[in-house]
Write a protein that binds this ligand. Sequence first.
Ligand code: ZN
Length: 164
Amino acid sequence: MSQTIQDGMVGMFHYTLTNDAGETLDSSDGGDPLAYLHGTNSIVPGLERQLEGRSVGDAFVAHVPPAEGYGERRGPGPQRMERSAFPADFPVQVGRPFGAQTEDGQQIMLWIVGIDGDEVLIDIDHPLAGQTLHFDVSIVGVRDATEAEKQHGHAHGVDGAATH
Ligand code: ZN
């Protein structure tokens, strides 16, 4: 009997992520499948929910609305800041999150959504917030989590052997 994806299991799948316009946003093509520990919110909730109970060989498209993906857009849109405001050793890359403090001392998470010369475009919303996501998924592996993975609350790669 084949194993199915449940809490405490590591699921492995290949995926291609597209938006409503059919543009490919991300894909595991040509690389390792994504390995994740089910039930830990390691991946967007709408995808995790639709992976439950699946087994090797299953292939399907999971349609994930913003509320179950990266959330609705909340902010005013991208804001500009000087590249020099980042520490010199900070790798400024589109899609990268970073922590910041508001004027009243609150810790918030911001995303780099663009780079324009000496300026960096930052946004309080995840770059994929407000978008319906379409994951074309094929399950390629299901296994029990190792003790270390259970303790850490995340998968340690396809074979569970990654150490840190
Ligand atoms: Zn770990």
